[in-house]
Design a protein around this ligand. Structure first.
Ligand SMILES: Cc1cc2nc3c(=O)[nH]c(=O)nc-3n(C[C@H](O)[C@H](O)[C@H](O)COP(=O)(O)O)c2cc1C
Length: 181
């Protein structure tokens, strides 16, 4: 029996506007390798993505903070400052140089954070639930290691509205297409 018969893994597939040459898609993997302070993608991240990029293949980038209030995992990169955007451009260029594709996975950790990750600000959530930060089973990754989350505050309508209008957020949801880099 031909065991390769019907095997589609290495055949092309259309994904929205992307023509993938094969179906091996790399899952998003938090590596905590952005440069601190600032959560900026640096040389180590450029190397990491370049090593994994393939001709016509898709990488889903690691979870990436959309704002200062989104930061709940120490070392995760952001995509909301100019320096972070420049860092990601280097990652995308390295991926495109191998004719690969990369998506940004956008992240907001909500109440699962600590003020030490957010320049001393209080993490934000949909509503306030003290049992969350009081539970010793809940731990978050901070600059000094694993800690219980700090108390959070409730998101207001004004906050939510401001976030929707954020221009950066709009840009970040577009896929990175090699031909349009
Ligand atoms: C170290 C590590 C980091 C991960 N980071 C992310 C992440 O940033 N975003 C995400 O959606 N999933 C993340 N995941 C989940 C993986 O993408 C994947 O869904 C999970 O490992 C299960 O995949 P599997 O069924 O092929 O084993 C992570 C997993 C691991 C082990």
């Amino acid at each position: 029996m031909n065991r390769k018969k019907g095997l589609k893994l290495f055949t092309p597939v259309q994904l929205g506007s992307l023509n993938l040459k094969h179906r091996v898609v790399m899952a998003p993997l938090t590596r905590s390798r952005s440069e601190q302070p600032g959560g900026i993608p640096g040389d180590m991240m450029v190397q990491y993505y370049s090593d994994r990029a393939s001709d016509g293949g898709l990488i889903v980038g690691e979870a990436t903070n959309i704002s200062l209030t989104a930061r709940g995992w120490y070392g995760a990169p952001g995509l909301y400052t100019d320096q972070q955007v420049e860092g990601w451009k280097r990652v995308v260029r390295a991926t495109h140089a191998k004719n690969g594709f990369v998506f940004a996975q956008l992240w907001h950790t909500g109440r699962s954070s600590h003020s030490d990750n957010q320049d001393g600000n209080t993490p934000v959530s949909a509503s306030v639930d003290a049992s969350y930060w009081e539970d010793p089973n809940h731990l978050v990754s901070g600059p000094g290691g694993w800690v219980q989350p700090s108390p959070h505050r409730a998101l207001t309508h004004n906050h939510a509205h401001a976030r929707r209008k954020n221009k950066h957020n709009e840009k970040m949801t577009r896929p990175c297409h090699p031909k349009r880099a």
